[in-house]
Ligand binder design. Structure first.
Ligand code: 3NM
Length: 215
């Protein structure tokens, strides 16, 4: 599910600033993202039927490209439309409860910030862990202080079988550090959503994996 290098794009309508969100997602899929997470946040966030419609449209695009479609936080919506998985943070529903609701087949991702949270998430049935913010981010108002890659190194050493996805301020310039730390994937919002040339940026994010191996 997370073969290296995984390029995990996260987007909600507010992240698509200069482009229509479906267009942006389609560009990213065509350029080779390996995972997509719908994360609809902020004052202008779609809700109710409008959110469900948008989610189904994103899901249909992901299906065309064979890319897993994961929903942030909203377990009910994920179940209603048959998403491939759910991602939850520490403030959301407890991951063990999410696993009980979604069953064994769907993907469960959990954001963690320490070895202790990683252990709890794995015990609760997480398939992969999101760890961040690695670098300073402009995309999450309540993000914690940037933690660098040290914790990714610790957690990958302790749980080598669990894929870690680094998140927070990752670009094609600094992603090599995240790969080098042992991450299976990098999750990005702005590097892709705000790229002038989405396809070229995704190519560079993928290329950064080779650089991470050479250091
Ligand atoms: N979660 P960008 S940082 C959604 O640290 C999210 O858990 C984070 O966006 C965490 O790639 C973040 O633009 C935002 O920095 C990532």
């Amino acid at each position: 599910m997370f073969s290296r290098p995984s390029i995990y794009f996260i987007m909600g309508t507010s992240n698509a600033k200069e482009k229509e969100p479906h267009f942006l997602l389609n560009e990213a899929l065509a350029a080779g993202i390996t995972h997509f997470q719908l994360r609809e946040k902020g004052e202008t966030a779609l809700r109710g039927e409008a959110l469900e419609k948008f989610a189904r449209e994103c899901q249909a695009l992901c299906t065309q490209y064979g890319v897993p479609f994961i929903i942030n936080d909203d377990v009910e919506l994920a179940l209603a439309i048959g998403a491939d998985g759910v991602h939850v943070g520490q403030e959301d529903m407890h991951c063990g409860d999410v696993r009980a609701l979604i069953g064994a087949e769907k993907v469960l991702g959990v954001s963690v910030h320490s070895e202790e949270e990683a252990a709890q998430a794995i015990a609760g049935g997480a398939d992969y862990l999101g760890m961040g913010p690695v670098f300073a981010t402009i995309s999450k108002n309540d993000a914690k202080e940037p933690a660098g890659v040290r914790k990714i190194i610790e957690v990958t050493r302790k749980y080598p079988q669990v894929p870690i996805v680094g998140i927070g301020g990752i670009t094609s310039e600094n992603a090599n550090e995240v790969w080098q730390a042992g991450a299976a994937g990098i999750a990005v919002i702005s590097a892709i959503a705000q790229a002038r040339d989405v396809s070229a940026e995704i190519g560079r994010l993928r290329d950064s994996y080779e650089r991470g191996q050479m250091i």
